[in-house]
Design a protein around this ligand. Structure first.
Ligand code: MV4
Length: 447
């Protein structure tokens, strides 16, 4: 097991990882920028190293400073959290070269999944169902027209170096296609320095369903069911649930089994998420994330498994703590992302939290580094906490969520709490009847 873990992140996820490390008896080091001197994770860590000024590229993204902090403190492993360097293959390689363990997959696995064309080819080879489309990059308009005619319009053009919704163009007819291709290519080239694009059938009203997996790097892997993350705004998730209200037990076992087998065959190490669009009872792979995700606590709530413990175990060579047949799904969980933003325009609202009171009681978890008097710096994302509610079934979960939202007090800055108080009373949400476009439509209609 590791002696000392360095946490290369900030905010609620730094605290989340710190708690897991403490439980496993591992010493903790945090790195932080000058803007985060008063952060909760800095106070709770065994040691802290200030690595630079507020801008991320000078601190949380500064690989040399982080490696130096490992050497100075004697940390033998790094947990990257999410965002920042969590899916940076070069960072994973550099740590390996310094004999420091990256708590995550190999640089090569990160690289494969970071290239969306390569990721899709790998998924298909491993038996994961993918969206119909081009087998690789499309370079010629003629070729694009042939593929689009074959799969049928509408189609979507995506950047291979994109992901998370960046660099996508929809073409509804053959006439639209050349312009969509040219725009997608030039935007991809400008944004990512890589103009490779590919074509897929455009799914009109899918849900976003993602499967949580963990691999031991030695050919064993498990799945921990799925999360439904369809409620998004501008590709930012707002509300996530486990299980998906759309799936039955058989569908869950089938897609989960396919994903676990694929991850085992890949020899993948660590936690990961396989993202699908789900429409008319079919799953279509779109991307894989090779990190722990913001919404991982809903999976922890219904399985009772600590995903960060599993990440640390497999990274240290200790293997998975559970077999697939020991993983049971119990009840229902919902996560609301509490952002310091206007609840309607989502404009960031940094500043001082004058009063912070979190809900409690059975089935309630709040992951947050915020406290009364905490000043939210303006330099980073606006997530200040997550409310995760668990119930024996979805109805109980929703009742408890409504109560928890009533108890939650954040004064001094605007937050997304009022939006959740609206959503929890909405009939479509109560019925679990929503797709990836529902939230944007709702926000437009209720503006
Ligand atoms: C799609 C799609 C429809 N058809 N692919 C957006 C983010 C990126 N991960 C993939 N995305 C989409 N890919 C096909 N073939 C619609 C989206 C999409 C979306 C997906 C998940 C959650 C919210 C979304 C909002 C708009 C578009």
């Amino acid at each position: 097991m590791f002696h000392k873990i360095l946490i290369a992140n900030r905010g609620e996820i730094a605290l989340r990882v710190l708690r897991a490390a403490k439980e496993l008896g591992i010493r903790t080091v945090v790195v932080h920028s000058t803007a985060d001197v008063d952060a909760m994770h800095v106070r709770l860590a065994d040691e802290s190293v200030c690595i630079g000024p507020p801008p991320s590229r000078d601190s949380y993204l500064n690989i040399h400073q982080i490696v130096a902090a490992c050497e100075i403190t004697g940390a033998d492993a790094v947990h990257p959290g999410y965002g920042f360097l969590s899916e940076n293959a070069r960072f994973a390689d550099i740590l390996a070269a310094h004999k420091i363990t990256f708590i995550g997959p190999s640089g090569d696995h990160i690289r494969i999944m970071g290239d969306k064309i390569e990721a899709k080819r790998t998924a298909r080879r491993l038996g994961i169902p993918v969206v119909p489309g081009s087998d690789g990059a499309v370079t010629e308009d003629r070729e694009a027209a042939r593929i689009a005619a074959e799969i049928g319009f509408p189609v979507i053009i995506k950047a291979s170096a994109g992901g998370g919704g960046r660099g996508m163009k929809v073409a509804r007819s053959a006439e639209d296609l050349p312009i969509a291709l040219a725009t997608a290519r030039s935007e991809a080239g400008a944004a990512f320095g890589d103009d490779a694009v590919y074509i897929e059938k455009f799914l009109e009203k899918p849900r976003h369903i993602e499967v949580q997996i963990v691999g031991d790097g030695a050919g064993k892997a498990v799945h921990l069911g799925e999360r439904d993350c369809s409620l998004q705004r501008r590709h930012q998730k707002v509300w996530e649930e486990a299980n998906s209200p759309a799936l039955n037990t058989d569908e869950r076992a089938r897609i989960g089994g396919i994903c676990a087998q694929a991850i085992a065959d890949l020899g993948y190490s660590g936690a990961g998420t396989i993202e699908f669009l789900y429409e008319n009872g079919e799953f279509y792979f779109i991307e894989m994330n090779t990190r722990l995700q913001v919404e991982h606590p809903v999976t922890e709530a219904i399985t009772g498994i600590d995903l960060v413990h599993e990440q640390i175990r497999v990274a240290s060579g200790g293997g998975l703590s559970v077999r697939q047949d020991e993983i049971k799904f119990s009840g229902h969980a919902i996560e609301c992302r509490i952002n310091a933003e206007d609840p309607r325009t989502f404009t960031p609202s940094p500043g001082t939290i004058t009063h912070f009171h979190t809900p409690g009681g059975l089935g309630i978890r709040v992951d947050s580094g915020a406290y009364s008097g905490y000043r939210i710096p303006p330099y980073y994302d606006s997530l200040i906490g997550k409310l995760i509610v668990h119930g024996r079934n979805r109805v109980e979960c929703m009742m408890r969520l409504r109560r928890a939202l009533d108890e939650f007090v954040v004064d001094g800055v605007k937050t997304t709490l009022p939006l959740f108080r609206d959503l929890v009373g909405n009939p479509d949400i109560a019925n679990g009847d929503y797709d990836i476009h529902w939230l944007e439509k709702y926000l437009a209609e209720t503006a």
